[in-house]
Design a protein around this ligand. Structure first.
Ligand code: FE
Length: 158
């Protein structure tokens, strides 16, 4: 629905959406092992919150098992866990769609669903802020990509 609303490539959105959690059920050990095999220079933030690696491991499964070669799809899968600065339209759609999908039920999700269909950049900012607030409330580690995703869009708005 978001891809249609924002005139993105619906087929790419469909593929990214179907595959984004391909590595979700892997153990932390597996995620760390596979991400080390497939990517160099993974920043320390990931190893401090290793479940976030299911994005990049999911992308390697999409590439190696499902033979997806499109970089935009692979990036949307990689960054659905954290967001990042300067996301493409497809990346933003997958990031937000994951946040507001029908099974989500947390305070504020209805507001996020509404804003997702009126202003995608605002929706990304709100999703980042919702994540950041949650992470802070639980005293968990915050990945820098989420801060950078938010800062990028706030500066772009000025
Ligand atoms: Fe996920």
């Amino acid at each position: 629905k978001l891809a249609i609303k924002y005139s993105a490539d619906v087929n790419k959105a469909r593929i990214a959406a179907l595959l984004h959690d391909a590595a979700k059920n892997m153990s932390i050990d597996e995620l760390v092992k596979i991400s080390k095999e497939n990517y160099k220079d993974i920043d320390e933030d990931y190893y401090n919150s290793p479940q976030l690696l299911h994005g990049m491991v999911g992308a390697s499964i999409a590439r190696d098992v499902f033979k997806i070669e499109d970089d935009d799809i692979l990036n949307a899968i990689t960054y659905h866990t954290t967001g990042r600065a300067n996301m493409s339209l497809l990346e933003k759609i997958i990031y937000v769609a994951d946040y507001i999908e029908p099974s989500r039920d947390f305070p504020g999700v209805e507001f996020l669903r509404e804003i997702s269909y009126t202003n995608l950049d605002e929706a990304v900012i709100e999703c980042c802020e919702s994540t950041i607030k949650y992470i802070l409330s639980k005293k968990l580690l915050l990945h820098k990509n989420t801060i950078e995703a938010r800062n990028y869009l706030l500066i772009k708005k000025q």
